[in-house]
Design a protein around this ligand. Structure first.
Ligand SMILES: [Cu+2]
Length: 137
């Protein structure tokens, strides 16, 4: 191999290496586009007309305070005071939500004048007595 041929071969090898390095050095494809700016809330809750505090207990009791309210937008703040999972349902409202021990849940429900049953939807808790009523006037 002459010196000239050797230099040419070396140049080609270096060129190939350079191209390979360039290929490896490609920046990774960008991930999914990032959202910028605030996303408007889908269903911003109206300020409630009345608030009811609900407590769930391990002895299968559920309390609501106050238990007599005026009709309108009702905000239930449900606290699980027990060591077991309980839940919150308003009969006839299609609402069924579990609440972890020590957890709190807030739900807004529009209630018309009637007597509404609140109960725990977990397992057989309702049959064990875990329900109460509120009167909406
Ligand atoms: Cu329960």
């Amino acid at each position: 191999m002459s010196r000239a041929t050797y230099l040419t071969c070396a140049s080609i090898v270096m060129l190939v290496v350079a191209v390979a390095l360039a290929a490896c050095g490609e920046t990774p494809s960008p991930g999914p586009p990032q959202r910028s700016g605030g996303v408007p809330a889908v269903n911003p809750a109206a300020s409630p007309d009345v608030e009811v505090a609900v407590e769930l207990h391990d002895d299968f009791t559920i309390t609501a305070s106050p238990a007599r309210i005026r009709n309108g937008q009702v905000r239930f703040t449900v606290t699980n005071e027990g060591a077991n999972t309980h839940g919150f349902s308003v009969e006839g409202q299609g609402l069924e939500q579990f609440v972890a021990p020590g957890g709190t849940l807030t739900r807004d429900v529009r209630l018309t004048p009637a007597t509404w049953v609140l109960y725990c939807p977990v397992a057989d808790h309702r049959d064990l007595g875990m329900q109460t009523e509120i009167v909406v006037e």
